[in-house]
Design a binder for this molecule. Sequence first.
Ligand SMILES: Cc1ncc(COP(=O)(O)O)c(C=O)c1O
Length: 371
Amino acid sequence: MTARTVLANPLVAVAIVRPGEAAGVRDFHRSLPGYAPTPLVDAPLLAERLGVASVHVKDESSRLGLPSFKILGAAWATFRALAERGAGAPAGLDELREQLSGAGLTLVAATDGNHGRAVARMAALLGQSAHILVPRDMVPARIAAIRDEGAEVTVVDGTYDEAVAASGRLADATHVVVSDTSWDGYVDVPGWVIDGYRTIVEEVLEQLADAGLPAPTVVVAQMGVGAFATAMIRGFAPHGARIIGAEPTEAACVLESLRAGALVHLDGDIDSIMAGLNCGTPSPLAWPDLVAGLHDVAAVTDADAEDAMRALAEVGVVSGESGAAGLAALLAHGPALGLTEHDRVLVVSTEGATDQHAYDRIVPAELRESR
Ligand SMILES: Cc1ncc(COP(=O)(O)O)c(C=O)c1O
């Protein structure tokens, strides 16, 4: 367990942030059924609380029909991975579905919730099957949501990291692993997942420009394996933004890795309520970007996340435990993070109420009704 603390990254060197490959991703997302940019909410109430010039909240509670941003990465990675199995370069999802007709493929993914649900949705859209592996502490509501997408779900007797290892062992001629984290020899798919998240960056920059506003000076990114933060680093650091990472105190694997100067694997059970962030190992693919691009990493408690869920509800954003972790870091550690009255802050609320029962317990009815 890491202390509720902030670590200033001594190695930050934005100049060597890798650009990634965003070309084609946005057009692909635009072609998906139900695509629309998610709202960017101006939140003066939060700006006042943090003592900064402005706070904008990118609200990912409804993205392509699912309650988290994860479908952006899962969709692009699935498309790229399966396009290689089809009968030639498909122009889009419809053509790929035709090419794969009768292929009998199964998409495999480990998840602590949102990624697996998104992969299951992609399998259904492409007429293929999905097998999703989840850690033993996954709450029933999140398992049911994945099964409702038509996927087979296996509860692995272990942590998220053990589910990832088990998913990798299932790869064969008809089982295609679509993982958001990487390992030795498995980097293409997780690389496409990171590229897929860049659509958020492009939308935010467009939305700010439409409002006559410049790029943010501070972006906070909650981290599980660090793929999402990597996309934020690659997209916003070149605009001069300072990127702050946020992790649960129980799963601060990036913070501990930066402290150690090398990748650290956290052992034992990790069961913060921020389920999507309960990862014990950063993605090795993301690691160089995290080292180069994170200014600070803040560790937050479950209570911090709950406070931030309520703060987001007050400005009309429904945010789940993991979704609120970035704001939690700013609320809990603002002064230590050096926020100033000149900062224009971007918070990405990366999920909605993915466990409705918990949401209703944490966020009082009067705040829920203020929407
Ligand atoms: C809601 C939510 N936010 C943030 C993250 C963190 O993303 P990453 O694992 O790429 O760091 C996740 C991961 O599952 C998530 O579900």
